[in-house]
Design a protein around this ligand. Structure first.
Ligand SMILES: Nc1ncnc2c1ncn2[C@@H]1O[C@H](COP(=O)(O)OP(=O)(O)O)[C@@H](O)[C@H]1O
Ligand SMILES: [Mg+2]
Length: 309
């Protein structure tokens, strides 16, 4: 009434649209938009009229719109980061090819048991690994077709462990291999699956801060036609609120320069391409088990031992 009368807010006797919160008897605050006017009769105030407009619904719609916008922004951000990663991967591919080409030429020219041979082999092996990473980045953003091979599930474990040459990692970690001895076969891209497993093993080491027990287990799930590879660590687990995010590209809780947040999202893409699945079997303060699932290869007639290597 004071505002209406002093005319500071517009014409005297009229209140332009004003936003206020009104309090109900139940002490609930309701945001409203109000206009009001004094009604005069022969110069005397006789009444006031006000219109209140409940803003709750409008605010709810606005909030929904804002949420949708943030989500859209998130997915656009992820898409453009994916494109950026793919672009970088593409650019790195050419110089890598030349590193491999000249490295291999050099390797051929070295006489046997040359003291530099071992170092050169490491360079070449790591260049091949870079090439695989680049391929995975491209696969993540562009869905390339994986190559297929029939091989023993256990091979993934032995080869991945062999590929992790940084023995410092293993210093205070006990590695338990609980491998099924039933010669389980799978039909998949072996390099890609090794890449997945290496990522899981490194995550496990990170979670254990290089101290604890790493268990790698393979087995056949009875009756389902599925075979499983599980990676268990004795680290601190994944906090509940992070569980829905860990497969998102670029989600990482590691310090800058340590994690890229691409490991699990690539693993997710690779498992899908190979008709498999990746999931968290369990996680808690005693550790985490990540589970890889693949269909078992039953027809072994296509299977032949690789005599080259
Ligand atoms: N075994 C694990 N134990 C605890 N947290 C994990 C484990 N594996 C993954 N995470 C969580 O998931 C996040 C994403 O993993 P990843 O995609 O491999 O990216 P990065 O390892 O580069 O951070 C990690 O930063 C970590 O927070
Ligand atoms: Mg990782």
């Amino acid at each position: 009434m004071k505002n209406l009368r002093d005319g500071n807010y517009g014409e005297e006797g009229k209140l332009p649209i004003t936003k206020v919160n009104i309090l109900t008897k139940e002490k609930q605050e309701i945001p409203v938009e109000m206009t009001a006017a004094i009604i005069y009769e022969e110069g005397n105030e006789t009444a006031t009229a006000a219109i209140f407009n409940d803003l709750r619904e409008k605010y709810a719609v606005q909030k929904k719109l804002e949420d949708a916008e943030t989500q859209l922004f998130q997915s656009e951000k992820l898409a453009s980061l994916g494109r950026l990663a793919a672009g970088v991967a593409h650019e790195i591919n050419n110089p890598l090819t030349s590193i491999l080409l000249y490295g291999n030429l050099m390797h051929e020219k070295l006489e046997e048991n040359h003291p530099l041979e071992e170092n050169l082999k490491y360079i070449l092996e790591d260049a091949v690994r870079c090439q695989e990473i680049v391929k995975n980045l491209l696969a993540y953003s562009r869905q390339t077709r994986p190559t297929r091979d029939i091989f023993y599930l256990n091979d993934i474990v032995t080869e991945s462990l062999r590929l992790i040459r940084d023995q410092k990692l293993f210093m205070n970690v006990k590695v338990i291999k609980a491998l099924d001895d039933n010669r389980i076969l799978v039909n998949a891209d072996k390099n890609q699956l090794c890449q997945v497993l290496i990522n899981l093993i490194i995550n496990a080491f990170d979670a254990m801060e290089s101290r604890g027990t790493l268990t790698l287990r393979t087995y056949r799930e009875p009756g389902s036609g599925k075979v499983l590879l599980e990676v268990s660590d004795t680290g601190g687990g994944i906090p509940q609120e992070n569980i829905p995010k860990i497969f998102d590209p670029f989600f990482t809780t590691k310090e800058l320069g340590k994690g890229t947040g691409l490991g699990l999202s690539m693993a997710y893409g690779i498992m899908k391409e190979n008709q498999g699945r990746i999931s968290i079997k369990s996680t808690g303060p005693d550790g985490t088990t990540i589970r890889l699932e693949l269909p078992e290869e039953k027809s072994s007639h296509e299977f032949h031992f690789d005599s080259i290597g």
